[in-house]
Design a binder for this molecule. Structure first.
Ligand code: AMP
Length: 497
């Protein structure tokens, strides 16, 4: 139970929990601070009774103290994104109607007027942290703990409700699989309105009695300084971050590169996830750091589900096997598919979320016989899963063939003139969909799309080779840094009138 983070923290009381921009804090300090926040929220009431509490704070000690305080008061933690413009913040406040809106001083101007306009109680984090601590309720594990809005690229975001028991299952699965221990030290650089940073990094660290160093935002130079120190044992990030780190490494002087690489080799584990890790990136990172990145697959609704192994072989381009406590199956038209055949990933287990907040119909449609339908398509061979794409966008039907955009991207990324690529299916009167590649050339490289097609034909079945290539300065991305393919499709279609 995420609420069980607290009794565990009592055991680690004297140890360092968090090193953040605000300073260094022990588990005892985190417990004390979160108890004060909880009392501030309760405001004399015995229990928040699963009322949502929205909070906004930059990554750091205050963020965690607010999150734990909400949990300890019996509320549901709703982290607001630092990157969301006003309409998206308003959407979350209107969707959840929180009991309180809590804000770090730097964000008060942004959210206080929104709270006032809705008659919601507003609180400054500094005030909450100074409030005298009082009695706190007992919170059962089955109660709702957190609402995370999915970074879905289509439609309105949905609030994913997880219980304390769900979060505890997500944490313990990873703690077991990745061998978390109290002498671990991890660097947190991910946004904290998303499961990756919240559960995989911070919650696993604090569950284990480890040290979590928190940077207020991602900065390649700062991250490299920490990696090069040799003091970290773990690092977890999305592929885009590894791309930026590779870029910074390549720009460094030879002696500096040597120092950076030597620091990396002292870590025990480096993980990539939340989006497909292209094999060329994995290979480049292996050259630089000596690590074969451990790729895993997960989703806000299910926590982490599939992972390459900590000790055994890691398979580039694959996401490994079901994690402890996770049941996975691949289905097509309601039937399990044989090995080597694409099917939709379905997941069952204690880590799977409870429901979409206020959307019973969406919740109902996303489950079948107790299995959650991920909308991701994968193939499994010898127990190892390979993600082929999302059934909605990354699987393209062209001329009757089902092709994976990710597979094509992986090949195109091995082209020496291409820096970034996204492949989409664009409506076509002859092919149903035709394969279009949006390409960002490497600095100074010029790309001849005709010869690119010939190059592609040497590496891919003809029907997979993009029929068209569009050269762009940058790919459209959402707040999580993921390429937004619906936006890309619209751009391409608009350009073609
Ligand atoms: P989110 O809920 O924002 O974490 O997004 C989850 C989605 O990210 C999944 O449904 C997948 O489509 C995608 N995803 C996560 N991990 C991977 C991975 N290792 N490879 C490919 N796609 C991934």
């Amino acid at each position: 139970m995420s609420i069980l983070l607290m009794p565990r923290a009592e055991e680690f009381a004297a140890r360092t929990a968090i090193i953040a921009p605000e300073g260094e804090f022990s588990y005892r300090q985190l417990l004390d601070a979160s108890a004060r926040v909880a009392s501030f929220l309760l405001n004399g009431a015995p229990d928040l009774q699963e009322r949502p509490v929205a909070f906004i704070a930059p990554p750091g000690f205050q963020y965690v103290a607010l999150q734990w305080g909400i949990w300890r008061a019996g509320g549901i933690a709703v982290p607001l994104s630092l990157f969301h413009p006003r309409p998206e913040l308003e959407y979350v406040l209107d969707d959840t109607t929180p009991a309180v809106v809590l804000a770090h001083a730097d964000f008060a101007d942004r959210v206080e007027p929104l709270a006032a306009a809705r008659g919601l109680r507003f609180g400054l984090a500094d005030a909450a942290l100074k409030h005298p601590a009082g009695p706190l309720p007992a919170v059962a594990p089955e109660r709702q703990a957190m609402i995370l809005y999915t970074s879905g690229t289509t439609g309105k975001p949905k609030g994913v409700v997880s219980t304390h028991a769900n979060i505890a299952a997500q944490i313990t699965s990873l703690v077991e699989a990745w061998g978390w221990r109290r002498d671990d030290r991890i660097l947190e650089v991910l946004p904290l309105h998303h499961i990756h940073g919240i559960v995989n990094v911070i919650s696993c660290a604090l569950w284990s009695g480890a040290v979590c160093e928190i940077l207020s935002r991602f900065d390649a130079q700062e991250v490299w300084a920490r990696l090069a120190s040799g003091e970290l044992t773990l690092f977890m990030a999305v592929p885009t971050i590894y791309v930026k780190l590779i870029d910074a490494w390549e720009k460094a002087a030879p002696a500096e590169r040597e120092r950076m690489s030597a620091g990396c080799r002292r870590l025990r584990l480096m993980v990539s996830g939340s989006a497909a890790l292209p094999v060329p990136i994995l290979e480049k990172w292996r050259e630089i750091s000596g690590h074969v990145l451990l790729e895993r697959y997960g989703m806000t609704e299910i926590g982490m589900a599939l992972s390459n192994s900590l000790q055994g072989q890691r398979y580039p381009g694959c996401v490994g096997q079901p994690l402890p406590g996770v049941e996975a199956r691949l289905m097509d038209q309601g039937c399990p598919v044989p090995p080597g055949t694409p099917g939709e990933i379905e997941i069952r287990g204690p880590a799977v979320f409870r429901e979409y907040w206020g959307k019973p119909e969406e919740t109902r449609k996303s489950f079948r016989d107790g299995w959650f339908l991920t909308g991701d398509v994968a193939m499994e061979e010898n127990g190892i899963y390979r993600i082929l794409g999302r059934s909605s966008v990354d699987i393209i039907k062209t001329g009757g063939y089902k092709v994976s955009a990710l597979e094509i991207e992986e090949v195109l990324l091995t082209h020496p003139g291409i820096n970034e690529v996204a492949v989409v299916g664009v409506a076509d009167p002859v092919w149903g969909e035709r394969v279009v590649a949006a390409l960002v050339p490497k600095n100074g490289a010029s790309l001849d799309t005709k010869s690119l097609r010939a190059w592609g034909k040497e590496r891919l079945a003809t029907y997979k080779v993009p029929q068209e290539a569009v050269i762009l300065k940058e790919l459209p991305r959402n707040a999580m840094g993921k390429v937004s393919k619906p936006d890309l499709k619209k751009m391409i279609q608009a350009a073609q009138g």
